[in-house]
Each structure stands twice: as C-alpha cells, then as structure tokens.
Design a protein around this ligand. Sequence first.
Ligand code: ADP
Ligand code: MG
Length: 388
Amino acid sequence: MNKEITQKIQEVFKSEFNESPLVIASPGRINLIGEHIDYNGGLVMPAAIDKCIYAGFSKSGSKKSRLISLDLKDEARIDHNKLAISTTQTWTNYISGVVDGLQRRGFEIPYFNLVFAGDIPLGAGLSSSAALENAVVYALNELFELGLSKGDMILISQEAEHKFAGVQCGIMDQFASMMGKEDHVLMLNCNSLNFEYLPLELDEYELVLINTNVDHVLSDSPYNERKQQCIDGLSMIQNEYPTIKQLAHASIDQLKEFKDELLPVIYNRCRFVIEEMARVRSAKAASKIKDWKAIGELLYASHRGLQHLYEVSCPELDSLVDQTHEYDEILGSRMMGGGFGGCTLNLIKKDSNHILDKIVKTYAKHANIPASIYKVRASNGTKILDLN
Ligand code: ADP
Ligand code: MG
C-alpha cells in the first residue's frame, strides 16, 4: 500500500467534504505472455501488480457527483441524468462509463464524492484505466449495496472502456486487476472466463518493467484495427471451419490453407495470434516445472511476433529488448500491452541493478527521453483498504 497517497486522499476528503472516505485500492496489471490474445478468445497469463489507483468515496447530498483527480490536479462534476463522453476531461470518461453501465443494468446510482490518485504510470500499458474503472465499480457496489459479483463488475468496467473510452479491449485487464492474487499469475481463458491461479515463485529471478516513456494512444485506430484484422482472418477460416468461433482456437495448419487468399498483412496478424496461443500453453507447462529459461525464450519469441507479424512494437521498445540479449542475467524480454510505447517486461536475475542502469543509459542516448524502471510483484486484486 502507498501510505503517502492514501493519507493525501484522506486529508483532501477531510478538507473538502469533512468526512472519512471508503478507500479502495485497485491494481494495474502485467501480462507474462499471451499478448493481444484476450479479444481473440484465447489463454492469457496476467497478474495484478503492487501499483494501484487509490480512490476515496463517500455518498453525496449534492445534485452532481464531484470527482477530484489529485494526479492531474483537475476536478469535475457529473450529472447522472446527462452522462456524456468528455473530450476535454477524458479521465472522467472511465468514471462516467461505469455509472452509465450500472444505470443500464437498472440500478439507480445516487451522487457520490470521489478523490483519487495512484502510482501506476498512466498510459504505460499497465492498465491504469482498468484499475480506475474497477475502483469505481467496486466502491459504488459497496456504497450503494448493489449486490454485484466480481464477474459483473469486471464486465461493467470493460463496457465503460468500450463505450466511454472508445477502446474495444478484451476482458484481460479488468479481470486481472479485479482478481489478482499475491505471488500468482492468472491462467485465464478469455472465452469461457474460466481461470486458475498458478504460483509465480521466481526464485533467483524477478520481473522488471522498463518504461519507454513513449506515449501510446490506444483508442487511436491501431488497436481497433488489429481487432478488425483478426475478425477478417477468422471469417475466412470459418468458411471452411465454421465450428471455430475464436481466432485463438484455429491451428496453424488451418490458417495455412488460406495463405493465398488472405492479404499478407491479415495472414501475419492471424499467424501471430495462433503462435502466441501456443506459447501461452508452453509457458504454463514451463512454469509448473519452474523452467524460467524456457519462459524467457518464449518472451523473446513473443516479442519477435509482436514486432514483425502483429507490428505493434516501436523502435524504442525494440531497442530495449535488443539490448537485453547482451546479458546472461536476463532470460527474456518483450513489449507488453497494446504496443507503440509503454513498457517491456523483463525476466532478470535479482540484484542486477548495474545491468538495468546500463540499459537505461544506452536507451537515453538513442531515444532522447529517459526510461523508467519498475520492479513489480504479483499482488492482490481490487479491494477495500482498512486504514484504521
Ligand atoms: P493504460 O491503461 O495503459 O495506463 P490508457 O490510455 O488506457 O493507458 O489509460 C490512461 C488514462 O486513464 C489516463 O489518460 C487517464 O485518463 C486515466 N487515468 C489513469 N490513471 C489515472 C490517475 N491516476 N489519475 C487520473 N486519471 C487516470
Ligand atoms: Mg488502458
């Protein structure tokens, strides 16, 4: 827990509303492997991390909900009878989107106060947006006793992202943030939503994120375009194999049958998805026998696919991954998240700060911006904090 942030939220709540809030911690997430797989109905291996959105809530007697973002030093008031997508205060969309989703399910949502801040870097591919949505839905469920299950809440958060943020994301981010478990990864089937927890005991290794600090704008067309390309490839395959409902469930041999008919770019997108799905299965088997070397190789292979077939990497991400090949202490590295910026995920021997320093120095020379380093641990999902 980040005490500095929760204290600040309590102070602001006291001065603005003269009361103590209900405080929620809602984590960001990493994804060990299975990138761009969730919206193709396959298997993914995410984990919630020890970086969170912290959000204080209380019921309000006013005629609008008052929202205060400490990190952006901004505030807004929203009218639940006139919820609209904001183009000027885009951060409010994640909150309005959740209220809208609840209303569409027939709940009347009274007005509330919200003060929030976090230590998840924004727009870095760690799903600060899902963390925020989950914090809001979790708190409103508690405050107004809506009786929602975690499964309901995850779907409401995802819908907020679709309808109010314009990102046609899969279910992984909201699921991992809500359901995370300390020192475990989730093995999630994005089609059935069945999942299991796999222990993530990395022994002498650890997971380190390196942030390119390059902006990625997911709602920009590339993400939604990839999704459409996968749909296009799948419908071709379905002409011959109508029982395949999701691209991740096609085999590479089935795809090859359509090589001449598919545009090369669509073929490559599909090939990546099918190969990545196979890599997730291999990673699961490797994690059970703690074969971290094998997992490292799978991370590298995933990155190559994302770079050359799915084409969602960028020079800054590639340069970070390329550098890691020089060091035996690093078993694997890949870009993580939607792409075009954000972080690389690295499986690295503990106490290798000297290596991370070198990588960051070299990066700064080429990229003209500094990279940031975050060591992360698999952590628990969205929860209420007991601050007393
Ligand atoms: P990611 O989910 O990978 O971090 P997104 O672009 O999907 O990136 O979501 C980032 C957006 O979520 C921010 O631009 C902002 O609108 C909102 N957001 C996330 N964290 C915060 C925060 N701590 N304070 C205010 N807004 C936030
Ligand atoms: Mg996001």
